[in-house]
Structures are given as structure tokens and as C-alpha cells.
Design a protein around this ligand. Sequence first.
Ligand SMILES: C[S@@+](CC[C@H](N)C(=O)[O-])C[C@H]1O[C@@H](n2cnc3c(N)ncnc32)[C@H](O)[C@@H]1O
Length: 238
Amino acid sequence: MGLGTFWGISAGAGDPEWLTLKAARILGAVRWVACPQNAIGQPGLAYQIVRPWLRPEQTLLPLHLPFVTQVELLQAAWQAAAEQLAPLLERGEDVAFVCEGDVGLYSTFAYLAQALQQRIPDLPIQAIPGVCSPLAAAAALGSPLALGSEKLAILPALFALAELEAACAWADVVVLMKVAPVYPQVWQWLAARGWLQQASLVVWAGWPQQVLFPTLEGLADYRPPYFSLLILRCEPRN
Ligand SMILES: C[S@@+](CC[C@H](N)C(=O)[O-])C[C@H]1O[C@@H](n2cnc3c(N)ncnc32)[C@H](O)[C@@H]1O
């Protein structure tokens, strides 16, 4: 018997209708649907997004993939998840792993796929692209993310303001993901440059609780949640 396929399903950033036709087709065809668990051990956000497209007879496999930075803990979690999925794939069953946003942008999918490939070198692995949060946020704001010759930089997280400085020296548009922990410092940095009008914050793009801040004027004391991103135009657009 041949091997099953490990599918990486991009659930999109929030709105279930952002799921692509291909992702919906594969989700509808597989029996096993894996997804990251949330902090309390229940199926997480990716599952919530694709839930309208699932059927009761499908089996959900919530995986423990903790939100931590310690490499040893992460590697142990990827290996444990791979151990859980490998027997299914080895007996020819397809498994769809759903991730929030796009599976190719700062997503767990690549790590899990790598852990599986170490166990099953010939495993067929296919990623289905989808709507990532920077594009979802730009659409929500009603403004293109980049135009013409504008250069775009996406920072996965900010550890030092010098990185933002460097990004702005090169790019026309900078997207700051995982901005929540550094928001107060970033706000002060923008205020000092007179750039609050050029920065937008999008919270929960595509979700019913979405909030848009087209500028950051007056938002020094705001504390954004984890699902927030900031789009900065380093030069105002004409
Ligand atoms: C680990 S990354 C996942 C990115 C995801 N794979 C994607 O394609 O957008 C998590 C960060 O993405 C951003 N993010 C993801 N979904 C979002 C949403 N719906 N609204 C705002 N920001 C979002 C936030 O900055 C969050 O801290």
C-alpha cells in the first residue's frame, strides 16, 4: 500500500470564506484533519476557521504545539505530533493539517512536515497557499499593501527598535507581525518621528471581533492582542 499525503491547509487569516477552493476540496475529501490545540488543549483558531467546512464523520486530531520559544520544547512537540500522525500516513491515509493564515508564512506546518519527513523520507507533502494576515489586514484597511516599485519588509517579531530602523532605511512599507509585546515602544518610536499618521494597526483581521486603527494617533495606551499587526509606510504615499 502506498503512503498517504500530508496536506498543509492554509485556513486564511480569519474569514472562513477566505479558504481557497482547493483547500476546501481537500478538506472535504480527507478523513483525518489535524490542527494545533489552543492553550487549554482544545482545537485552536485554525480549526475555528475551517469548522464550517468540516463534516461530522471526519476525525479531528488536535496536536499539542505550544506557543513557546525554547527550541527543545518545540522540537519535542513536533516529534510527538509526527509520531501521532506517522502511522496514519504510513498506512496510506491522507492527513490535512490546518494552520491559521498561510502555511508558508511563520507557520508550524514546515516544522511538522520536516519531522514527518525524517520518519518517512518518501512522504508526499503538499502545501496549499492561502490568505496571509498582512494581505488580509491591507484588504481590511482598504489600501494595497504595496504598489509599483515599493519595497515591502515583513518582520516576524521585533526584538530591538534598531531592526525597525534598519527595515525603514530599506523598505517603503514595513509589516510588523507579533507586534503586541513591543507595541508601547514602537508607538513611542513612531511618535518621535511624527509617523503616527503613517502607521495602521489591524486587530483580528477577518474575525467578527476585527478592529481597525487606520492611524495610531492617540493610541499610546492601547494594548493590542496577539492577533494584531502593524503596517507602516516609511514614506507617505502621494
Ligand atoms: C505565528 S504568526 C502566523 C502568521 C500566519 N501564518 C499568516 O499567514 O498570517 C502570528 C502573527 O500573525 C499575525 N496575525 C495572524 N492572523 C492575524 C489576524 N487575523 N489579524 C491580525 N494579525 C494576525 C499577528 O501579528 C500574529 O502575532
